[in-house]
Design a protein around this ligand. Sequence first.
Ligand code: NCD
Ligand code: ZN
Length: 341
Amino acid sequence: MSRDKITIRRPDDWHVHLRDGTLMSAVLPYTARVFARAIVMPNLSPPVATPALARAYRARILAALPAGTDFTPLMTAYLTDATAPDEIARGFADGSWVAAKLYPANVTTNATHGVTDVRKIDRVLSRMAEIGMPLLIHGEVADPAVDIFDREAVFLERELAPLMARLPALRIVLEHVTTRQAVEFVKDAGVNLAATITAHHLTINRNALFQDGLRPHMYCRPVAKREEDRLALRRAAISGNAKFFLGTDSAPHPVKDKECDCGCAGIFSATNALEIYATVFEEENALDKLEHFASLSGPRFYRMPVNSGTITLTRGEQFVPQEVATVRPFLAGERLPWRIA
Ligand code: NCD
Ligand code: ZN
């Protein structure tokens, strides 16, 4: 039965890049008008690697919010080979950050300071396991010898399974999963492993990168995979399984940095992310599961209360903007069948 309206508890975005400065001021309102909270990625330059830097970044976000916006940024620590266990624990205890992000070195945008070997930070991770602090993982190997479309699947076997065996108590979010293998891995693992899924990976497969020519605005990391992978992600998202929840990985880059030789990875979906997720859930006849995915399962994993407010989507055509502050949004110019009331 088709419906014209859906009201859910206010959602959260469990993975977003808000950037800094004027770009942050331009993109932040899109996230903050929809999502009550967001896990803010720490891959600034320099990275957000100390509690003081996280607190200062949070203050800049709060200062950039449009007046009257009810939005809570949840900060994260950028792990490096040099991260000290005590500093991670201190920042968690004093509320500077709620989780830590593991980028394998050089795996993506601003990951040059990332971790060169996960074993090098085992002391940090074991402290996080003790204090119940979630580890958020960009799950790709950086090994150039591995085919780029296999880097997530190889990470599961080479890095993630051994890490979970070493530290079974560590609570982990495998961010922005893109493969059937990752979906199966997360489903089969214990309660300490969950995953976020982006709106774009539910919408496109890797053909989108080459549709009638090279499409830099469809390029992100991890790169979109095959159609069978997209379908596995859709089944996971609509399953009601609380291990899978919403994380947009909205990652804005100015057009000039995308449309060039060696363009940046990152898809900016914040303008219409919730409407795109709703479109996917409707296509799958699963609008009744949208609230689980967007608003209930994330807080459960992060051990936070669900939001008290609600948000309503109504059927009604809307066009994705062509450009926001020199950034091209995901599906720019395309028609969406849902809008936020
Ligand atoms: C992100 C960015 O631009 O910061 N890019 C991306 O393609 N997702 C970094 C990241 O999350 O990998
Ligand atoms: Zn990201």
